[in-house]
Design a binder for this molecule. Structure first.
Ligand SMILES: C[C@@](O)(CCOP(=O)(O)O)CC(=O)O
Ligand code: SF4
Length: 409
């Protein structure tokens, strides 16, 4: 990969061992993916924050680094709510180690926002090049905003933050953003069904780029849940929704001479001349989507906010309570900045008995391990909590989650 003189100097250690180590990470990535150069990035979002996920090895690696980030950089959730960790039942040793991790990142100039929804803080623009590593945020930035980031690892996102650049490959390049598989859903879906769709389709798609042909128009929150689940059950970093995505796929010049692809005789597969629907197709059965989003169980915890809840999602939870109190353990996870901008809303939720948690989530906090059965409204949490928390997970619509919480059954 070509390096400028300044980049060469960094690579040769002339700007210190930390930047040399970071440049070595970027060059290694660039060589693996045959990147021709490094490009500037607007921001970094760094996963690998919870002591539960990175442990002492991760802590020591971060503590050895010196310097300051060159671009805005924020952290992913940690293993506890910084102010409510005692109520969460976090043991003092974990809390001490977790604070050391946060301090080590803060020493580098990284903001401890500790949220997987950094786009609620500062919304990237169409075409912005980023280096983000939380899989759900990567999918959102690429698919909902039309920004451009590969699915970075924690270390490569940190390297990009300290250098201000990332190798130019993968989803930074237009030609790599075209859909590779068409996913058709025969009937309208809504709410948690989008997370169920992502959970079911992700495992068939792997790291492909799906374009969804839907009979309903998703909200931004529904797109957030679709992407989070695709990224968790598959390795999807970008998806498109026909007539919804910001990147309307006009055929590239070398494909313009093609007849619009008629994938099947039925009209609804007729391809408008502007869109390029891949021949490879997946159909997700509407009955399976509905069944996945409506699983029966008697959970000992209901956990919402994976990815961290938006203001609209918090308002929806409050309205579904209809003034009732919850009779079970209920967690709602969201970003601290968003919560502190909506104190009234948070207070109303907390007065129902709901634990609104900041900085953390049901997947990365060890506090979740104490439960046996967790009810979630998120396809991502449905996929991750059994493996990362050792709990059984069942999925319900947000409505059903709140009903179970208030009934206490
Ligand atoms: C599970 C995940 O959402 C959170 C990882 O936890 P953290 O980076 O340690 O805060 C990572 C991911 O899916 O990218
Ligand atoms: S809430 Fe979900 S998306 Fe956010 S960090 Fe936790 S597991 Fe990842």
């Amino acid at each position: 990969m070509y390096l400028t003189r300044e980049e060469e100097n960094i690579y040769n250690g002339e700007q210190g061992p930390t930047l040399q180590k970071m440049m070595e990470i970027l060059v290694a990535l660039g060589d693996i993916y045959d990147a021709k150069k490094l490009i500037q990035v607007k921001s970094a979002q760094i996963a690998g924050v919870s002591y539960k996920t990175i442990g002492d090895a991760g802590l020591e690696w971060i503590q050895d680094l010196e310097g300051k980030v060159r671009i805005p950089a924020v952290l992913n959730p940690m293993g506890m709510d910084r102010e409510a960790f005692v109520e969460m039942g976090i043991d003092p040793h974990f809390a001490k180690k977790q604070e050391e991790i946060i301090r080590a990142y803060e020493k580098l100039g990284i903001r401890p926002e500790c949220t997987c929804t950094p786009y609620y803080l500062n919304r990237p623009r169409f075409g912005d090049h980023l280096a983000w590593s939380e899989s759900s945020a990567v999918c959102f930035a690429n698919s909902v905003l039309g920004a451009r980031t590969n699915r970075e690892g924690g270390p490569s996102a940190l390297a990009a933050a300290l250098i201000g650049k990332t190798p130019y490959y993968g989803l930074h390049i237009t030609e790599n953003r075209y859909p590779t598989v068409t996913v058709k859903v025969d009937e309208p879906i809504h709410g948690a069904e989008y997370g169920a769709l992502g959970y079911l389709a992700g495992r068939q798609i792997g790291d492909g780029i799906p374009i969804f042909k839907l009979k309903s128009t998703p909200t931004e929150d529904e797109l957030k849940h679709l992407g989070a689940a695709l990224a968790a059950s598959g390795a999807v970093a970008l998806f498109h929704v026909l007539h919804v995505s910001p990147e309307q796929y006009v055929l590239p010049p070398d494909k313009m001479d093609r007849e619009p692809q008629r994938l099947e005789s039925e009209d609804d597969w007729q391809v408008p001349e502007r869109f390029f629907l891949p021949r490879e197709r997946i159909e997700v059965d509407i009955a399976e989507i509905r069944e996945t989003a409506r699983q029966k169980a008697s959970p000992d915890i209901i956990a919402l906010g994976c990815p961290h809840a938006s203001r609209e999602e918090l308002e929806e939870i409050l309205s579904l309570l209809h003034g009732r109190k919850v009779k079970k353990e209920v967690w709602v996870c969201t970003g601290r900045s968003l919560g502190e901008k909506n104190p009234e809303l948070i207070q109303q939720l907390r007065s129902s008995g709901i634990k609104v948690l900041y900085d953390t989530c049901m997947v990365v906090s060890p506090a979740a391990n104490q439960f046996k059965c967790m009810m979630v409204n998120s396809g991502k949490a449905l996929k991750y909590t059994p493996a990362m928390c050792g709990v059984d997970a069942v999925m319900g619509t947000t409505e059903e989650c709140i009903e179970v919480a208030c009934r206490g059954d």
